[in-house]
Design a binder for this molecule. Structure first.
Ligand code: PLP
Length: 354
């Protein structure tokens, strides 16, 4: 029996994705070839990439003439450098809401001046700072829309005329949101999109080509745009699994997924708030609907709670090593029953110790 998978990433995916990609691994359609032995220049792979691109634009409700969709490698972590390589001319503004933002800041500093416009570090990254000024003369603003480790999330986008770059690795396709506020969106696939090995980049074409430095081809967005994600061999299998998930999302609709994700988050936050044995980590107004962070009030109950969790076939709820406690990641494919199973463990613990 499969487990209730609350892992922060690589994460749960819909059964359709596992079924479809298993079949394609044996033989893709009636080609007589496995998807992993097919030429990336074949007609079939061309169609896979085209459909995946247009579904990304459709599901994010973006204008296809303004934005281009790229399937790259190197994870969200390579985007920390690639964004700055391509966009940082003199200075950029960064919003620091946790260790992924910190890593983005560290890499950007290799390319120019980086201004940390806000930080919630002194509050252990429990909140999203709201009072800060954004200078007019920055090349771009960088933010992390959902802080996977701390369980905080932006519920609106800061106002600025500068292009906005967002690391949306752990909340893309999870909610109804106006993505046209952003000029560049990137996400490692393994959280809410597909398997590890492919990185999604959606970029507004008119922000590119403004820096004077030479950019190595593999790190140059314009090269990948010109070559339609086929500059070198792309991770075809990961892109195909991504396509299957995008089709699943389209069938569900973003609106339904948004409702379900809010429902799952409310169920779990309500239990955290009402169960005297647990404390939430993130400030209430900045709570994430994807990654729910909490802790036991009394740590001596942890082995009993961990046993209940294990017996219920729950996997992946241990908090990130940097903050400890528990983290329930509730990506799109996680069913409501899994959330209820976790809540039942929390109720059972209270019944034992009240
Ligand atoms: C997981 C994660 C990353 C790192 O992604 P990789 O694909 O492993 O490089 C970056 N940013 C956020 C917000 C993440 O959750």
């Amino acid at each position: 029996m499969k487990k209730h998978n609350f892992s922060a990433g690589p994460s749960i995916l819909p059964k359709e994705v596992f079924d479809g990609s298993s079949n394609a691994l044996l033989e893709y359609q009636e080609t007589g070839l496995s998807i992993i032995e097919m030429s990336h220049r074949s007609k079939e792979v061309g169609l896979i990439i085209e459909e995946a691109k247009s579904l990304v634009i459709e599901l994010l409700k973006l204008n296809e003439n303004e934005y281009d969709v790229l399937f790259l490698q190197g994870g969200a972590s390579l985007q920390f450098s690639m964004v700055a390589y391509n966009l940082l001319h003199t200075k950029a503004g960064y919003l620091n809401t946790g260790s992924w933002s910190e890593k983005a800041i560290k890499e950007a500093k290799l390319f120019g001046e980086v201004i940390e416009l806000s930080s919630s570090k002194s509050n252990e990254y429990r909140n999203i700072p709201k009072d800060f000024n954004i200078p007019d003369d920055i090349d771009y603003l960088h933010m992390t829309s959902n802080n996977t480790i701390y369980g905080t999330q932006y519920h609106s986008v800061p106002k600025t005329d500068a292009p906005i770059v967002v690391d949306s690795s752990s909340d893309i396709f999870s909610r109804v949101f106006d993505y046209s506020f952003y000029d560049l969106i990137y996400a490692g696939a393994q959280k809410n999109i597909g398997p590890a090995g492919v990185t999604l980049v959606v970029v507004k074409k008119d922000i590119l080509g403004k820096v004077s430095r030479e950019i190595p081809s593999m790190l140059n967005y314009n090269v990948h745009i010109d070559k339609k994600s086929l500059f070198n061999t792309p991770p075809v299998f990961a892109i195909y699994a991504t396509l299957l998930n995008l089709r699943w999302i389209k069938k569900q609709t973003i609106e339904f997924i948004d409702q379900t994700n809010h429902k799952k988050a409310k169920m779990l936050y309500d239990e955290i708030d009402n169960n005297s044995l647990f404390n939430g980590f993130a400030d209430v107004q900045d709570r994430s609907i994807m990654n729910v962070t909490f802790d036991l009030v009394d740590n001596s109950l942890s082995s009993t709670f961990d046993t209940l969790i294990e017996k219920s076939k729950i996997s992946g709820v241990k908090g990130h090593r940097s903050i400890g406690g528990y983290r329930a990641s509730m990506y799109n494919a996680l069913p409501i029953e899994s959330v209820q199973t976790l809540i039942n463990c929390m109720i059972q613990l209270k019944d034992k110790f009240k």
